[in-house]
Design a protein around this ligand. Structure first.
Ligand SMILES: [Zn+2]
Length: 123
């Protein structure tokens, strides 16, 4: 049996939500960094996120299930132009990693804004 990282999440909670969904579809999965994240919450940024792993054989199906979940939840349109080509700004774990060296504390540089691909509006 080999495990493969399906996705990375900025928090254990988000990883567990996905885990619950996959388990309801009878896909075996586990949150790889759960223990580490619980004892050292600040370091999850440095890890690049909380990994959710599935069996390699289930990878395609699990990806599909999570995409369906995304499609049903994430329907956000730009307030400026009405386009749905909106993406969440990337979670900036590199900055958090740099701050770990600079300040010895990884600051949570999590961007919450969204950006419209069509007109460039941030909101
Ligand atoms: Zn727009």
């Amino acid at each position: 049996m080999s495990w493969k990282t399906l996705r990375k999440y900025p928090s254990v909670i988000e990883a567990q939500i996905a885990q619950t969904k996959l388990e309801s579809e009878e896909i075996e999965c586990f949150v790889r960094d759960e223990y580490l994240a619980n004892i050292m919450a600040l370091y999850t940024n440095a890890l690049g996120g909380i990994r959710l792993d599935v069996q390699e054989a289930d990878f395609e199906r699990a990806t599909q299930i999570l995409q369906e979940v995304d499609a049903s939840v994430e329907k956000i349109v730009c307030p400026q132009c009405g386009s749905d080509r909106v993406k969440k700004n990337d979670w900036s774990w590199r900055l958090a990693f740099l701050s770990l060296f600079a300040l010895t504390v990884p600051l949570p540089f999590q961007k919450k804004r969204r950006k419209c691909d069509a007109c460039g509006e941030s909101f």
